[in-house]
Design a protein around this ligand. Structure first.
Ligand code: NAP
Length: 234
């Protein structure tokens, strides 16, 4: 069988880099994407030195032209896209600023990366999945998006990930019965630039459920929200 091809966004560091490593280790040919070509190439080279099948391709997730170029590259060079992990994300809420102090510029920029981008990338790549009747889309979300227990801190981030969760359900509905499974996950609080040094989890732990969802068997779930391979409340 031809090897599966999987795209990971925002993969030059943090959870995205570790998802790329674990996904490649599972036998998927990984297209590691990042907006900074130098850092992306360096990250891909690190994984290649481990003997893993990883290629770099540039992608600023907020640039529609680059999204189209990625879809063309996958279509022409690999003739397929089997896995998409929408991992790139930003948390730019001002420290301590709750929803009543939320600046519209902050909200717009956050939605651009955390919501519009996964939507546009899915619109570009799901058609490639449909060609072979197989696909796995994983949206890296956050427990901060949960409507149950919704709080007031980091409002732009919470709103963007809640929208990403809604998108997960819409995509699952749109692809029902097509062999494409779409799920969202929360990595937990992970020691990365975003999570900080005091976070409770390693990147290995943070990436694990995303990779499980990216390699689900055909009878696996679609339209779910998971942490540690276990469904959690929306
Ligand atoms: P991180 O260390 O801050 O890394 C974020 C990654 O996203 C970087 O590779 C960054 O690239 C990339 N990125 C941001 N904007 C981008 C853009 N426009 N185009 C392409 N790439 C872009 O964060 P992380 O902790 O690994 O987070 C990964 C995902 O997990 C995010 O979606 C985050 O919301 C989610 N998450 C994290 C935690 C946690 O505790 N860490 C908890 C819950 C959810 P650059 O290097 O170019 O900036």
């Amino acid at each position: 069988m031809t090897a599966r091809v999987g795209v990971v966004t925002g993969a030059s560091r943090g959870i995205g880099l570790e998802i790329s490593r674990q996904l490649a280790q599972s036998g998927v040919n990984v297209v590691l994407t990042a907006r900074d070509a130098q850092r992306g190439k360096k990250a891909a080279a690190t994984l290649q030195r481990l003997g893993l099948n990883v290629l770099f391709h540039p992608l600023d997730v907020t640039d529609p032209q680059q999204i189209r170029a990625l879809a063309d590259y996958l279509s022409q060079t690999h003739r397929r896209c089997d896995v998409l992990v929408n991992n790139a994300g930003i948390l730019i809420d001002q420290r301590g600023a709750g929803v009543l102090a939320l600046q519209m510029d902050t909200l717009r920029a956050t939605l651009e990366t955390n919501f519009y981008a996964p939507l546009q990338i899915s619109q570009a790549l799901v058609p490639l999945m449909r060609r072979h009747g197989y696909g796995r889309v994983v949206n890296v979300s956050s427990g901060l998006a949960q409507l149950q227990g919704m709080g007031d801190g980091t409002p732009a981030y919470r709103a963007s990930k809640a929208a990403l969760n809604a998108l997960t359900l819409m995509l699952a509905a749109a692809t029902k019965g097509s062999g494409i499974l779409v799920n969202a996950m929360c990595p937990g609080w992970v020691r990365t630039d975003m999570g900080g040094v005091n976070a409770t989890r390693s990147v290995e732990q943070g990436a694990e459920t995303a990779v499980w969802l990216a390699t689900l068997p055909d009878d696996g779930p679609s339209g779910g929200f998971f942490r540690d391979r276990t469904p959690i409340a929306w």
